[in-house]
Design a protein around this ligand. Structure first.
Ligand code: 1CP
Length: 365
């Protein structure tokens, strides 16, 4: 049937929809590929724009510059998706925790959560209020993409956000948040519930502003025991999946859940009702596909450190991963975690090209 919807000049039809098709397991001509952290410090042009902005948060808060750095990797490589340039810590910042970046030390909070009273005080940020700068970036990027490739919106998982909020920054042992989990679980549940509600309204606002797919990063879910993962992380991601808008512009808005080190829980992650599960490199794609069958699509899963290798070795690894997934749609190629900041950009180019060239044989009919 012909569409009767008038064309929206802000939202032209997609020229390359491989990424969205693969997430819905519709046939594709080649496996789509993008890279976690594809905009970032491994690109000299990113460093230049960041210097122009001053610091990282000023870059996130300037829609034109955030759009510029989102598009930079797409000018170099034939990526099949763009990802919003922002950070997962925008929500805790909007909750009043005072995010700042210590040079070379990663994110920090001026006012971390230390007790139940702190949790009780925080509210749900308004996505078109304190977080409007993120929605402005989404609107600008969607317009400037001109329908070339889809735009991915994202958020952190409640558990992963809570680790930064309670630890006060990045952590190795997660003792403060685990102390809260085991000594005052009600306080942590209250925090996770507020975060889940915040993520739902934040991602739905990103979708309304133009994000065509969303991804939830659960970077630290893998530090929990199986039971605690279910209780403190997965339960809240399932609540988010339930609360998300799943269609926009007459098309499905696919949701990808990524738990780093979550390979042992693939079945339960798939059971949340998400469209795709992101994998790091510690699970083989053939085994993952055998375990979850055709229930969801899979995203991943090359070790990002492979991008230090020779072009031949990178191509060989891409070939192995494609072969493990096998024939048919349902695979979005990616790194198993973010690209490292000292990777030569040419090697990322070899990787992206190899995925397109070597995958066509798996999409013959
Ligand atoms: O320029 C700089 O010095 C800042 C480095 C940087 C960048 C480029 C940070 C600080 N955040 C980002 C952008 C970012 N972060 C994006 C968009 C860019 C893209 O993908 O192209 C995304 C999706 C994120 C998500 C993010 N931030 C995650 C989840 C994904 C993951 O890598 O596990 C996490 C855990 C963060 C927290 C964060 N923000 C910044 C850093 C260095 C970190 C990680 C700190 C840590 O290891 O604990």
């Amino acid at each position: 049937m012909m569409s009767t919807t008038p064309a929206n000049p802000q939202r032209p039809p997609l020229k390359n929809d491989r990424y969205l098709r693969a997430l819905s397991k519709q046939p594709v001509d080649a496996t789509p590929v993008w890279m976690m952290r594809q905009a970032g410090r491994y690109l000299p042009e990113y460093k230049a724009t960041r210097a122009e902005a001053g610091d990282f948060m000023s870059l996130c808060k300037n829609a034109e510059l955030a759009c510029e750095v989102t598009l930079q990797p797409l000018r170099r490589f034939e990526l099949d998706a763009a990802i919003l340039f922002s950070d997962i810590l925008t929500i805790p910042d909007a909750m009043g925790l005072g995010l700042y970046f210590e040079t070379g030390e990663g994110p920090r909070f001026r006012n971390p959560i230390t007790c139940r009273a702190d949790v009780e005080k925080i509210g749900i940020p308004d996505p078109e209020g304190e977080l409007q700068y993120v929605m402005n970036a989404v609107r600008t990027i969607r317009r400037e993409l001109k329908g070339e490739v889809p735009l991915i919106g994202f958020s952190g998982s409640p558990w992963t956000l809570a680790t930064y909020m309670v630890e006060g920054g990045t952590s190795k042992a997660f003792t403060k948040i685990k102390k809260m989990a085991f000594a005052d679980p009600q306080a942590l549940h209250l925090l996770l519930d507020k975060l889940a509600d915040s993520v739902i309204s934040y991602l739905n606002a990103q979708i309304a502003a133009g994000a065509q797919s969303v991804m939830i990063f659960d970077t630290w879910g893998g530090v929990l025991s199986p039971r605690d993962y279910q209780e403190f992380s997965l339960q809240y991601m399932a609540k988010i999946v339930d609360g998300l808008t799943r269609e926009a512009d007459g098309r499905r808005v696919p949701v990808t859940l990524f738990t780093k080190n979550g390979g042992q829980w693939l079945e339960s992650i798939a059971d949340t009702g998400c469209d795709a599960v992101g994998l790091d490199w510690t699970t083989n794609l053939d085994e993952a596909r055998a375990r979850i069958g055709d229930r969801v699509a899979l995203q991943g899963n090359m070790d990002p450190s492979m991008l230090y290798a020779s072009p031949e070795r990178i191509r060989e690894e891409v070939a192995t991963i494609l072969q493990r997934y096998g024939n048919g749609s349902g695979h979005v190629f990616n790194l198993g975690h973010g690209i490292h900041l000292d990777v030569p950009p040419e090697n990322a180019g070899v990787f992206v090209k190899a995925v397109h060239e070597l995958s066509r044989q798996y999409h013959q009919e």
